[in-house]
Design a protein around this ligand. Structure first.
Ligand code: FAD
Length: 346
């Protein structure tokens, strides 16, 4: 466990609403840290429709999901928020002094006064192969992407999946200049891929050279010897049972959002959403706000523009909570020298 990071505010979720929350907190003079389970910022905009056009962002007639996120990233730059990516917020508890202790899957611990839950439809986490007993080998022999730290030398590598990431994992593993795996098998339930033509062509080429083996099959059981995963029993597309030798599995099956640990934080949930007050978007727990797709209130619409409004009022709510003796004045970015200072313009 690392020493706790003491900060005013923590934003859980770096989707569009979490990012705009950083901006609104910055205008209020509140510094923050941001955690997301994904390796990049952008939430649904990046994960589900990065190249698709959005037409209902005020003042922007059209932009793609990734363009919106790039603009938000630029907008929050003056506030220097710290991002902690590829980390799942797992625990949240109230400390005796009233602060909140928030912990992540990477053992990062925060001690904060305010938490902004901008968790959208849940944390985007890798889909797992549904085989009994495989979970026990997570992070030891089962991974979800090719990582430079993985030593594949002389290992039997099994890549599961039909997407570009799966094909690229098999292709890159076959092209390693040193530390070549003993064997590379790509497994998917059928011999059709949801991948680019280039990747499919490269895979077919490697299969023709015998450097990668493709198996159309579904895994049915783990084969374990002396506490180590040594193989997978599979049912082939032809209905036969086969055994594949395995030292390392890379399950590249895409991501799916899961509410996950949020359900265990002792917060009242209504149909997996957090009920909030609409003046500050505070939950019933002091210092915990919920903004964006994760919250619910009468008339709630899961739209980015609504999340932006919620983040604005939540930042005012937090300012009042953190500085109870000061009046939280409404100031315009057009004319306020204080806001210009905070925006780094002066
Ligand atoms: P999200 O974008 O879901 O981001 C939440 C983030 O929180 C995720 O990155 C997740 O990994 C992270 N997270 C969750 N739990 C944890 C945890 N415990 N630890 C760490 N990280 C966590 N809206 C519009 O207004 N206009 C549109 O045109 C539009 N088009 C859309 C098209 C599609 C196909 C889809 C699916 C949605 C569309 N939407 C549109 C809806 C819009 O994308 C959402 O309203 C918006 O993304 C909500 O933003 P958010 O920041 O609340 O949540």
């Amino acid at each position: 466990m690392h020493a706790p990071i003491k900060t005013d505010a923590l934003v859980i979720g770096a989707g569009p609403v979490g990012l705009f929350q950083v901006f609104q907190l910055g205008l209020q003079g509140i510094s923050c840290h941001v955690v997301d389970s994904l390796p990049q910022i952008g939430g649904q905009c990046m994960e589900l429709y990065a190249d698709k056009p959005i037409y209902d962002i005020p003042g922007i007639p059209v932009c793609t999901g990734s363009e919106l996120i790039a603009q938000l990233a630029q907008q929050i730059q003056p506030f220097g928020a710290s991002f902690h990516l590829e980390q799942l917020v797992t625990e949240m508890e109230r400390l005796p002094d009233g602060r909140l202790k928030v912990s992540t899957s990477s053992d990062t611990v925060f001690s904060v006064q305010c938490v902004f839950i901008a968790a959208g439809v849940g944390a985007f986490l890798p889909r797992k192969l549904a085989i009994e007993g495989l979970q026990a080998f997570e992070s030891q022999q089962v991974f979800h992407k090719l990582d430079g730290r993985l030593n594949l030398a002389e290992q039997h590598l099994l890549v599961a999946g039909d997407n570009d990431a799966a094909l690229e994992t098999a292709i890159q593993s076959a092209q390693l200049s040193e530390g070549q795996p003993a064997s590379i098998t790509l497994m998917h339930r059928r011999d059709r891929f949801q991948a680019s033509e280039d990747n499919i062509a490269a895979l077919q080429d490697l299969c023709a050279q015998g450097r990668v083996r493709f198996v159309a099959a579904q895994p049915t059981a783990c084969i374990v010897s002396n506490g180590r995963l040594t193989g997978l029993e599979v049912l082939t597309a032809q209905g036969l049972t086969d055994t594949l030798p395995v030292d390392i599995v890379i399950a590249s099956l895409g991501l799916s959002p899961r509410l996950g640990p949020l359900a265990d934080w002792g917060l009242a949930l209504e149909r997996k959403q957090l009920p909030v007050q609409t003046d500050t978007f505070a939950t019933h727990e002091r210092g915990i706000f919920a903004v964006g797709d994760i919250n619910t209130y009468p008339g709630k619409k899961k739209l980015i523009v609504c999340g932006f409004h919620e983040a604005t009022l939540a930042a005012f709510g937090a300012a009042a909570l953190l500085n109870p003796s000061q009046k939280t004045l409404l100031q315009y970015t057009t004319t306020s020298s204080l806001l210009h200072q905070r925006l780094g313009l002066l």
